[in-house]
Design a protein around this ligand. Structure first.
Ligand SMILES: C[S@@+](CC[C@H](N)C(=O)[O-])C[C@H]1O[C@@H](n2cnc3c(N)ncnc32)[C@H](O)[C@@H]1O
Length: 412
């Protein structure tokens, strides 16, 4: 996600006090938006009464995916400069053209392959990948989209109907669940970071798990910290403590995505032969659990602002956490997949020849625009380094060109 304003330094070293500064500067939602948020708040409050507290992952799941009201389900504009954040396919079609090159290389070894895109957002990636595959004469048997949000599915349909010729549009199909015996390439850009996470806090002598309660005085949701009862989470907290080293009085907060394992298992089960390409922002475990990241990576995104209050107008802001790529790799490996490549987004795009893609653009203004896109997508201080690409293979062995310039699997 690329955002235009940010109220903290990304390494987590300095956080501005949001109550004094950040929240005061967040734009106010309009009346209609507040109504949507209020309905969602009532719905989550009912859940709270019923369940006597929600873990943070349960709250995040409700805030993002409650039908009609959750952030990804309520039909509010999310993507692009007018929305809450920009993603790589939104920034430039060059991103999808590079992904298409990697897909085409894998297609060459498969019979009647398809693409399955997870969480297609605005449909920007589907559009650029399909157009590029058509140009390479490597059209997929089908371009399948698994999108849990009905509102986003509708958005994708409208966009692709406008932008794709009929011979490409007929290949696009929306699924309500993962297919069986899929042959081809599964692609997910910024989907892993949208999976709900648990939040843990380590103290010098013990560790706690975040729950969410309702603060009657403040009339908003609030953190509630409880001792960890779950033995798997406690074991994980012990591992994190060992990795972090000494935990100081200020505590050490981090996130754990317990859905990676079932999610990767379901993708591995669906894939008969082919590859999975996951692109997202995050780190390997050694960096993820570095002592300098003591405030964790949980962020809220609202109208091009990133901040650290997950309870601000639920349903109107996205909630995300950086991806622990070591955990993702192990989840894939244990699900029977081969971890076939891991690199930065910058190296992936450069390996696939992103700079050469604009060589034939004769329009000077367009050329300059594309040059700026390449900078944004590949430079280390923009999206090039924070974003990573991980590839998995099943029943297939081949070198993947996207990882030719740099493969960081040994760092996992
Ligand atoms: C941050 S958006 C990214 C959208 C798009 N891929 C892009 O790059 O612009 C996250 C997307 O993942 C979808 N999503 C969330 N959980 C998912 C899941 N388990 N399977 C498939 N898609 C999911 C959301 O509905 C949304 O479309």
């Amino acid at each position: 996600m690329l955002i235009l304003h940010c109220f903290w330094f990304d390494c987590g070293v300095l956080l501005v006090d949001m109550r004094k500064t950040g929240l005061a500067r967040l734009p106010e939602p309009d009346w209609e938006e507040k109504q949507v948020s209020n309905q969602l708040v009532q719905s989550i409050k009912r859940q709270l009464q019923h369940d006597e507290g929600l873990t943070f992952a349960q709250f995040m799941s409700a805030a993002l995916y409650t039908p009609r009201l959750g952030y990804y389900a309520n039909g509010r504009l999310k993507f692009g400069a007018q929305g809450d954040f920009m993603t790589a396919p939104e920034i430039s079609p060059l991103f999808g053209q590079c992904v298409a090159r990697q897909v085409a290389e894998i297609f060459a070894l498969l019979e009647r392959p398809s693409v399955l895109e997870l969480g297609a957002g605005s449909g920007a990636l589907a559009e650029s990948v399909l157009l590029a595959l058509a140009e390479m004469d490597q059209l997929p048997e089908a371009y399948l989209i698994l999108e849990p949000s009905a509102a986003l599915q509708q958005h994708q349909r409208e966009r692709l109907t406008r932008s794709l010729p009929d011979n490409l549009l007929v290949r696009v199909q929306w699924l309500s669940s993962l297919p069986q015996d899929f042959v081809g390439v599964i692609v997910g850009n910024e989907v892993a970071d949208a999976l709900p996470v648990e939040v843990l806090k380590l103290w010098p002598k013990d560790a706690e798990q975040a729950f969410v309660c309702w603060d009657e005085g403040q009339q908003q949701f609030a953190w509630q910290w409880r001792h960890i009862l779950d033995t798997d989470l406690q074991a994980l907290a012990n591992r994190i403590r060992a990795a972090v080293g000494e935990v100081t009085e200020q505590g050490y907060q981090t996130e754990v995505c317990r859905l990676f394992r079932p999610w990767m298992q379901s993708l591995a089960d669906a894939l008969q032969q082919g590859a999975i390409l996951l692109i997202d922002y995050g780190y390997v475990e050694q960096e993820y659990w570095s002592s300098s990241r003591w405030m964790g990576s949980l962020r809220a995104h609202y109208r091009q602002r990133a901040h650290n209050n997950p309870f601000y107008y639920p349903g109107l802001q996205d909630l995300t956490a950086h991806v622990d790529f070591t955990a993702l790799a192990y989840a894939g490996h244990d699900a029977g997949l081969l971890v076939a490549g891991f690199t930065t987004q910058g190296h992936f795009l450069l390996s696939l020849g992103i700079t050469g893609l604009i060589a034939e653009t004769v329009d000077v203004v367009q050329h300059l625009r594309f040059a700026q896109h390449i900078k944004t997508l590949t430079m280390p201080d923009e999206m090039g380094e924070n974003f990573k690409v991980m590839a998995f293979l099943k029943n297939l062995e081949m070198p993947l060109s996207g990882f030719a310039l740099r493969d960081m699997r040994t760092s996992l």
